[in-house]
Design a protein around this ligand. Structure first.
Ligand code: CDP
Length: 220
């Protein structure tokens, strides 16, 4: 793995903290690729549900991964992820996937496979990569790490506002308690509480913090 050639900006945080919106906007400002690692865990969850695999049966999920084709690419400046040639698209945020994804994300066979694919992006492009363990496990060496937080009330309201049925508090509890790569504030991360900030304000703050690292926005 080389992060000397390409830069990785890690953005971690709990469910519905606004990571996706700010990561996408930050990537656009910098001309970096936006990589959504949650979509990878969601796609594997969708596949397991489609195939009727019990999400807590590690051996069955491992067999499923061995028998499936997982592909991570870049399309229009963003990561794309296909399982057996399919991008599950809207199904990634279905209530069934929302309630199953944190179960799948506890399995080390899943994490090992997906982390390996996430690290490949570091060899291909400058990226803003969002998730739960990017600054702690996937790219611990990157100097550019953010932890985006917001109060649980604000996060639940944001998800409801998107019209999505999503057990955010339950997912947070599972993501923080799991043994393998739990959600944590990575060492050296800048913590931003976005409860009272909009996307543009968070991105402005991120750009200010990144400036001393020589990471500058594209000229407009
Ligand atoms: O809905 P939200 O954007 O907050 O979550 P997401 O980024 O789509 O991630 C969905 C779930 O995938 C999380 O609740 C975690 O269980 C898992 N995940 C993970 O374990 N590690 C990552 N790097 C990204 C997501």
């Amino acid at each position: 793995m080389s992060i000397d050639k390409f830069r990785v900006i890690a953005v971690d945080g709990p469910a519905a903290s606004g990571k996706s919106s700010v990561s996408r906007a930050l990537a656009q400002k910098l001309g970096y690729v936006y990589v959504n690692t949650g979509a990878m865990y969601r796609a594997v969850t969708w596949l397991a549900l489609e195939k009727g695999v019990d999400l807590s049966d590690a051996a069955a999920v491992e067999r499923l991964l061995e028998d499936s084709r997982l592909e991570a690419g870049i399309e229009e400046g963003q990561s794309c992820f296909r399982v057996d040639g399919v991008d599950p698209a809207e199904a990634l945020v279905s209530p069934e996937v929302n309630s199953g994804v944190s179960k799948i994300a506890t399995l080390s066979c899943v994490r090992t496979r997906l982390v390996e694919m996430q690290r490949q992006y570091g060899l291909r492009c400058d990226s803003v990569m969002e998730g739960r363990d990017i600054g702690s496990v996937v790219f611990p060496e990157t100097p550019a790490k953010f932890y985006v937080d917001a109060s649980v009330e604000v996060r639940a309201a944001r998800r409801l506002g998107q019209g999505l049925n999503d057990p955010v508090a339950l997912r947070d509890a599972m993501d923080s308690a799991r043994k393998s790569s739990p959600l944590t504030v990575p060492a050296g991360a800048w913590v931003i509480d976005s409860s009272d900030m909009n996307v543009a304000e968070v991105v402005t703050e991120m750009l200010r913090l990144l400036q001393p690292l020589g990471i500058l926005p594209l000229s407009e």
